[in-house]
Design a protein around this ligand. Structure first.
Ligand SMILES: [Zn+2]
Length: 199
């Protein structure tokens, strides 16, 4: 009797230890699987974002803009079709793929559509993607010096003035959207399509 009682805890330990090990291994495998699933979900979400941005840019300004927008979002365009005002884009990002369609909105009611050159529409579409909201555009304020080419760029739809409270939101993503802020001190609301030279 006494011997058996002394032995029992040891026997239990001998059985429990492999079980504990097995549970730890299973938990470890579950964690790995969850991590992989999580990573795949993130990659998928990023691919969807890149495809959306590319489709918007494509619909607004064509294939080159779509390629740029996909690249800016870490993706690569693997398929591109345009039909009328619509663009359909397939994007690959890591192992994830996504496709998206967008239609050019030509109505004067849209804040980003009317009167803007295709390059500006594409830049505003990219900025909207990066910000998760439409970029509001105010009436131009080019009586503020120094206008330089600013007034001409406004006339050609290659510059926009945004509401002053929106500058702080737009400025950090402007470069990634292809927008430059040439007068950050005297005319901070003014954003132009980067690299555009007047002919
Ligand atoms: Zn301006």
């Amino acid at each position: 009797m006494g011997n058996e009682r002394l032995d029992e805890p040891g026997r239990e330990c001998g059985q429990v230890l492999p079980l504990v090990t097995l549970v730890i291994v299973l938990v470890g495998m579950a964690c790995l699987a969850a991590g992989k699933l999580g990573g795949a979900a993130v990659a998928r979400a990023q691919a969807v974002t890149a495809a959306d941005a590319a489709a918007l840019a494509g619909a607004a300004a064509g294939r080159t803009a779509a390629l740029e927008a996909a690249t800016a979002n870490g993706g690569r365009v693997t398929g591109y079709q345009e039909a009328g005002a619509a663009a359909r884009v397939e994007v690959e990002l890591g192992r994830a793929t996504a496709s998206a369609q967008a239609r050019r909105s030509g109505g004067a009611g849209t804040t980003t559509g009317a009167g803007h050159a295709p390059a500006m529409r594409a830049a505003l579409a990219r900025a909207a993607q990066l910000l998760g909201r439409t970029v509001p555009v105010a009436a131009p304020l080019d009586d503020v010096p120094p206008p330089g080419d600013a007034a001409i760029l406004h006339q050609r739809g290659l510059a926009v003035d945004v509401p002053a409270p929106f500058v702080a939101s737009l400025a950090p993503v402007a470069a990634r959207a292809g927008l430059c802020q040439p007068y950050p001190t005297v005319h901070p609301v003014h954003f132009e399509v980067c690299g555009y030279r007047l002919p």
